[in-house]
Design a protein around this ligand. Structure first.
Ligand code: ADP
Ligand code: F6P
Length: 324
């Protein structure tokens, strides 16, 4: 297919996620193979406003597919939320001959991409976040690595929790979404899983569950608490006081965002990156790439942002039942 543009840019924005490098690599190499030049923009929209722009070739992304983080760097940029910041960003793109831009990030980053599209720069978003909280896609880059990292860490806490017959509250990331908590809760066989979308703050129910389980002979009690609920340390203190069972809180934190991406993250990121490069080179704009019902697809950013995502009820019910 004939290219509609000659030069594209690429940036990563918002929180980093393992697999972003695989996506960058795929965008760069697919665009080059389409005969389109690529410029890398450092540190998200902040780097665009600072004109931190470098030429990229196939070798710029060598030896990156296995690396966590993002080789381009990332940032959150308040100035880009303003009309003046967006106009400045578009002017800088024009100055550097950047006619199209791939933005790897979450919902916030797509709003920035949407704004640039309004200012005449073609934009395509790729879902990059460990939180899995983007409604238009069943998969986001980094989630698989993050849940595997968290799952392995939680297994370790479980060992010591059992030895000491303690209750453990483990807080996982996810901002306001409970997907990391749900997946780890099921995969780690947690007794309680607290999701922002479902938790009714009835701590007494958790306390009753701990006491019931102890009577049944369970030697530990694992509670996976989502970041969106938080307060794990004070929760542990209250639970210990109410049950008489030693209770410890562990907040996993940023370790969940780092590390070498899993095969799944590398694979999906690679295909999404290539897909984004193809539709951008062919002239699409204001679109976001997704993976839905077994297929790689793309949506209008406006439509994508209007979509809602919910914790599947059946999966939530099963997550509670399996810890009987
Ligand atoms: P994510 O992309 O992971 O959702 P953020 O919400 O922090 O992360 O957004 C990343 C960046 O995208 C912000 O720092 C800002 O530069 C840009 N951004 C966010 N919201 C908007 C908006 N409404 N308009 C323009 N740019 C935005
Ligand atoms: O969006 C990814 C994420 O790690 C969330 O899970 C978390 O709430 C947030 O980013 C933390 O962001 P920051 O890096 O700004 O502390």
């Amino acid at each position: 297919m004939a290219n509609k543009i000659n030069t594209i840019g690429i940036l990563t924005s918002g929180g980093d996620a393992p697999g972003m490098n695989a996506a960058i690599r795929a965008v760069v190499r697919k665009a080059i193979s389409n005969g389109v030049k690529v410029k890398g923009i450092k540190k998200g929209y902040q780097g665009l406003l600072n004109e931190e722009i470098v030429d990229m070739d196939a070798r710029s992304v060598s030896d990156t597919i296995q690396r966590g983080g993002t080789i381009l760097g990332t940032a959150r940029c308040m100035e880009f939320k303003t009309e003046a910041g967006q106009q400045k960003g578009a002017d800088i793109c024009h100055k550097h001959g950047i006619e199209g831009l791939v933005v790897i990030g979450g919902d916030g980053s797509y709003r920035g991409a949407q704004a640039l599209s309004r200012h005449g720069i073609n934009t395509i978003g790729i879902p990059g976040t460990i939180d899995l909280d983007i409604a238009c896609t069943d998969y986001t880059i980094g989630f698989d690595t993050a849940v595997n990292t968290a799952m392995q860490a939680i297994d370790k806490v479980r060992d010591t929790s059992s030895s000491h017959e303690r209750c453990s509250i483990i807080e996982v990331m996810g901002r306001n979404a409970g997907y990391i908590a749900l997946w780890c809760g099921v995969a780690n066989g947690a007794e309680d899983i607290l999701l922002p979308e479902k938790y009714d703050y009835n701590e007494q129910e958790i306390i009753n569950n701990i006491i019931r389980n102890r009577k049944k002979g369970k030697t530990h009690h694992l509670i996976i608490n989502a970041e969106g609920i938080g307060h794990s340390t004070s929760m542990a203190r209250r639970i210990e006081a109410a049950t008489g069972i030693e209770t410890r809180a562990t907040i996993l934190g940023y370790m969940q965002r780092g590390g070498s991406p899993t095969c799944k993250d590398r694979y999906y990121a690679s295909i999404m990156g290539a897909y984004a490069a193809d539709i951008l080179c062919a002239g699409s704009t204001n679109r976001v790439v997704g993976y839905r019902h077994g297929e790689f697809v793309d949506f209008d950013i406006e439509d994508a942002l209007a979509m809602q995502k919910e914790i599947p009820e059946y999966e939530f019910q099963i997550s509670k039942l399996l810890s009987l």
